[in-house]
Design a protein around this ligand. Structure first.
Ligand SMILES: [Zn+2]
Ligand SMILES: [Zn+2]
Length: 247
């Protein structure tokens, strides 16, 4: 963020969190009563009115996350989430243009859905996520504690990433979560994996990483692995940082 002067005093900031916290705390008396102080401060920073409309229906207002200081893209209406995911998938058809790959992807998604350890994580009465394992559950709990809107989370990611094994065969990687507002794919990992196929897995891990790095370089996507429930990097890079430019 470029240097921005506080509209109420002489202080100058180059970080959106510092700017917004300063206004919300030091100039709280300036905040109109009907607004949430951080959201109002953010509106001053970006010179836009308070509140944003859902990018799908353009009718309902979306949630403002006070931790990341970001607006969600889509509203609470399940139809908006559905149409958003549909668009992502349509984009995929254009990129790959191969019907059989998409059928494979659908099958793999069904397998994830029906996995023996898969279960529903109930966020609230309107939002349920299909997850496998306690590490993913822990991540959702973390997002909840950070004031996240469930409308901003897709599990597993709606995106398909195809990559090749050494033997030339094509395989599909589907990250565990996709955070819409951050354009961020998230992989949840457990380092203490004593599975006998570990060596093979390590190789696959390397190929997947390379695939994701390429995607990030090419498209500006973000990708993060969260290992053993350590959220330091996630918070450092995507919550408490200015990495996510004000918009
Ligand atoms: Zn000030
Ligand atoms: Zn909507």
């Amino acid at each position: 963020m470029r240097n921005t002067r506080c509209p109420f005093c002489t202080m100058i900031f180059n970080d959106k969190h510092k700017f917004c916290n300063h206004i919300a705390n030091k100039h709280n008396d300036q905040v109109p009563e009907e607004y949430e102080p951080l959201e109002w401060a953010y509106s001053l920073l970006v010179h836009k009115p308070v509140g944003r409309l859902c990018t799908e229906c353009r009718k309902n207002y979306v949630h403002f996350n006070k931790e990341t200081l970001k607006y969600c893209r889509i509203c609470d209406d399940p139809a908006c989430r559905e149409s958003y995911v549909k668009k992502v998938k349509a984009r995929m058809v254009n990129v790959y243009g191969k019907e059989h790959l998409l059928n494979d992807a659908d099958m793999q998604r069904k397998m994830i859905y029906n996995h023996a350890n898969a279960r529903d994580y109930v966020w609230d009465e309107n939002h349920t996520f299909r997850i496998i394992g306690t590490y993913e559950e822990d991540f959702l709990n973390k997002l909840k504690s950070l004031g996240w809107s469930p409308n901003d989370i897709v599990a597993p990611s709606p995106n398909n990433y195809w990559y090749k094994w050494k033997d030339g065969s094509t395989h599909l990687y589907i990250p565990d979560f996709y955070i819409i507002s951050l354009n961020l794919e998230i992989e949840i990992k457990e380092s203490n994996n004593t599975h006998p196929r570990m060596v093979h897995n390590r190789e696959i891990e390397y190929l997947k990483d390379a695939r994701m790095r390429k995607e990030c370089d090419k498209t500006g996507l973000h990708y993060l692995k969260i290992v053993d429930k350590n959220y330091d990097e996630f918070i450092e890079l995507y919550v408490k940082s200015d990495n996510n430019q004000p918009e």
